[in-house]
Design a protein around this ligand. Structure first.
Ligand code: PEP
Length: 251
């Protein structure tokens, strides 16, 4: 049985004051939804505040990125060991904004995935196709390529302690959402690729989240799909009411 995970990617938003308020509301709401795991992903500079506010609660936290390197002359980067200092449980890798705006290739993403795992931080690997790729009919090929880079570097075992997020690029921050059938089709494809790689690998235990304009109004239908194990939420995670309403839609 896969426990649903609702993860809030705050991107480059927030302030000390608004994060305090947001977390207070999320903490209160979370106790009413004990069967769903909640996690938040603040900008790096707020990790100390988030750790302080969430330690001792059931809510997890993590980062939106992680360096592929352990330390050294990498100005502006943040290493996995530093995330460990703030007890991060998760790190998002390969978000489409990092791939598109900062030139992160499949291979860089795979190395970041491996860097997180090595320190006991669960990577959340984002995969997804652009609108042109969907229209060209190459969605599965793109996703297979993105997953293969991780498999080639770390093998199938690296997915035992990881999460995958299917995020169609055309649905991120656009208000367009994949239909529940479109999401299910890709999620089941991803699971089948993990299973086919090694028949012994328990692919049915890997959580696959959907991300892309998930809101309270569409969450129930998406989350009811058999292979949708939660959501990676951008815009709606900045409002405690919306974030909690999405989590409640898991039930
Ligand atoms: C995201 O950036 O991961 C995301 C899903 O954003 P939004 O929910 O705003 O589309």
């Amino acid at each position: 049985m896969r426990c649903k995970l609702i993860a809030g990617n705050w991107k480059m938003n927030g302030s000390v004051e608004c994060i305090r308020g947001l977390l207070e509301e999320i903490r209160k709401g979370a106790v009413t939804i004990p069967s769903v795991e909640l996690a938040v992903f603040p900008p790096f500079v707020y990790l100390g505040l988030v750790e302080q506010q969430l330690s001792g609660t059931a809510i997890s936290w993590g980062t939106q990125n992680i360096s592929e390197y352990a330390s050294g002359p990498y100005t502006g980067e943040v290493a996995g060991q530093m995330l460990r200092d703030f007890n991060c449980q998760y790190a998002i890798v390969g978000h489409s904004e990092r791939r598109a705006l900062y030139g992160e290739s499949d291979q860089i993403v795979a190395r970041k995935f491996a860097a997180a795992l090595e320190l006991g931080i669960k990577p959340i690997l984002c995969v997804g196709e652009t609108l042109e790729e969907r229209e060209e009919g190459v969605t599965e090929r793109v996703i297979e390529r993105q997953i293969r880079a991780v498999l080639d570097l770390g093998g199938i075992g690296s997915f035992s302690d990881a999460v995958i997020a299917y995020e169609p690029v055309w649905a991120i921050g656009t208000g367009k959402t994949a239909t529940s059938e479109q999401a299910q089709e890709v999620h089941s494809f991803i699971r089948s690729k993990l299973a086919v790689h090694d028949m012994m690998f328990p692919a049915d235990q890997v959580r696959i989240l959907y991300g892309g304009s998930m809101k309270p109004a569409n969450a129930r239908e998406l989350l009811a799909m058999p292979d949708v194990d939660g959501g990676l939420i951008g815009g709606a995670s900045l409002e405690a009411k919306e974030f909690l309403a999405i989590a409640k839609a898991c039930g």
